[in-house]
Design a protein around this ligand. Structure first.
Ligand SMILES: N[C@@H](CCC(=O)N[C@@H](CS)C(=O)NCC(=O)O)C(=O)O
Length: 227
């Protein structure tokens, strides 16, 4: 399978899921401006919306939308039950509920904070995201969102919260979320995915990871450290 991605974008979530499950995947980087893939293909022919992630199955079929992709990946292997409980259980619906919350209530508004076109609305969006993080901070049922098992929803949450420094969200206001980032970022397979996307941390005990060029744009000083 091929995973179309940008470094540190939401496509890092399915990338992490693949590594956690030992799934064989080829990463194909997409140029944000030209919509050309690293192999020169027109990405708009793969996903007409132009955004990542997209998954190309071995038979050429395409699946888009991150929350659907991570569920599909978890169902590709019996191992997937570790990250996505059995269908028909409350535990499964709880993971799906978090996926929906993250995509609608965090991912989208956070993405708008990167976009200068919405600059006038940024203070209001900041307030909204803060309210959602207040709620989420009190929801942890253990080390991870739904308990002590890492799920596909945790992978997605990690990726969205990892954008905090660039959109001026100080995650230290939310201790449970801050601790969660450190915990997920220390998982060996997560570190593997971060390395494969060539991301760096701001400092030795850093919990946020980015491409080298982004680190300077977030106004960070110090020596970036490889995960
Ligand atoms: N609804 C989509 C949104 C994906 C999305 O926002 N992707 C961003 C990266 S995090 C992107 O590729 N943006 C570039 C663009 O829109 O051209 C999903 O959940 O997969």
């Amino acid at each position: 399978m091929k995973l179309y991605m940008h470094a540190a974008a939401c496509s890092l979530s399915p990338h992490i899921v693949c590594r956690e499950l030992g799934l064989d995947i080829e990463l194909v980087e997409v140029d944000r401006k030209t919509h050309r893939t690293s192999s020169g293909d027109d990405y708009l022919a793969i996903n007409g919306n132009g955004y990542v992630p997209a998954l190309m199955l071995d038979d050429g079929r395409i699946l888009t939308e991150g929350p659907a992709i991570v569920q599909f990946l978890a169902e590709c292997t019996p191992e997937g039950e570790r990250l996505l409980p059995k269908a028909g259980t409350y535990a499964r619906s709880q993971v799906q509920s978090y996926l929906n919350f993250i995509t609608a209530e965090l991912h989208k508004p956070m993405a708008m904070l990167f976009n200068a076109a919405y600059e006038g609305a940024h203070p209001g969006i900041h307030e909204l995201v803060s309210k959602r993080l207040d709620w989420l901070n009190g929801r942890f049922a253990g080390a991870y969102l739904t308990g002590n098992d890492f799920t596909i929803a945790d992978a997605y949450l990690f990726v969205c919260l990892n954008w905090s420094p660039w959109i001026k969200i100080d995650l230290s206001r939310w201790p449970a979320l801050h601790g969660f980032m450190a915990r997920v970022g220390a998982r060996p397979k997560v570190r593997q995915a971060l390395q494969e996307e060539d991301l760096e941390a701001f400092e030795a005990d850093g919990i946020f990871f980015a491409p080298h060029s982004y680190i300077a744009s977030a106004g960070r000083s110090g020596t970036p450290v490889r995960p």
